[in-house]
Design a protein around this ligand. Structure first.
Ligand SMILES: [Zn+2]
Length: 229
């Protein structure tokens, strides 16, 4: 009977990116809203600032992610092209290289050589990409998906404080957006910790502390400029 092992590492990659994106969305947009509100602006001005912050943030996240993942993809493709060339020009040496990798992993020489031979007969490039370069189909860089995922999670995060601006009275806006955003951050931090199998409270406290610091500083700056301008 096949038993399920509760490994979580396969969740980490995309979850971490999603939570980071949403965190950025909440912290940057909530801070912007609290800062503009502290400068005694109207609800309309606060909403415009918040929406502009959402769009600017989502676009910069997407652009940053696209550029960084594209360069990773370029590196991977260059490595694969070199590997393809080496396999074509010196297959014996490549076989010896793969065998050495399997011996290092614990196989005896004869078995390692046989495994390397059979895997190279099946798909030499895939075997070398996976076991020598650490490049697999599942984990290979996808710039467009990464950009959309990053912009999407940022937008989801940023929309939360914006909805609060629409729902609460102007007089309670600063406290409602601050408290609400800190709750969202704590929930996200807990979710990420729970899914990753790490201590929930520690993660929630960490993200809430930094969120509070960002909003507090921005509110201070907003109040300062609101009073002087
Ligand atoms: Zn190789």
């Amino acid at each position: 009977m096949r038993h399920e092992e509760g490994h979580r590492s396969h969740r980490i990659g995309w979850l971490r990116a999603a939570v980071l994106g949403a965190n950025d969305g909440i912290v940057s947009t909530a801070s912007l809203i609290v800062g503009v509100a502290a400068a005694e602006s109207t609800r309309g001005a606060i909403l415009i600032a918040g929406i502009a912050g959402l769009v600017a943030g989502a676009m910069s996240m997407a652009a940053g992610e696209y550029v960084s993942v594209s360069s990773q993809s370029d590196t991977e493709n260059a490595d694969l092209a070199r590997e393809r060339r080496e396999l074509a020009t010196d297959p014996e040496h490549e076989h010896a290289e793969l065998t050495a990798i399997y011996v290092k992993r614990g196989l005896d020489d004869r078995l390692a050589a046989e495994v390397a031979k059979q895997l190279m007969q099946k798909d030499a490039l895939a075997a070398h990409a996976r076991d020598e370069l650490g490049i697999t189909e599942e984990l290979s860089a996808r710039p467009v998906q990464a950009a959309f995922a990053s912009a999407g999670t940022f937008t989801l995060g940023a929309a939360l404080p914006l909805v609060l601006v629409l729902l609460v009275p102007r007089s309670a806006l600063i406290w409602a957006v601050s408290a609400g955003s800190l709750c969202f951050l704590a929930m996200l931090g807990s979710l990420a910790a729970y899914a990753g199998g790490s201590p929930v409270w520690k993660s929630a406290a960490r993200v809430t502390f930094w969120g509070a610091l960002a909003m507090g500083l921005t509110a201070g700056v907003g109040a300062l400029f609101g009073a002087t301008l």
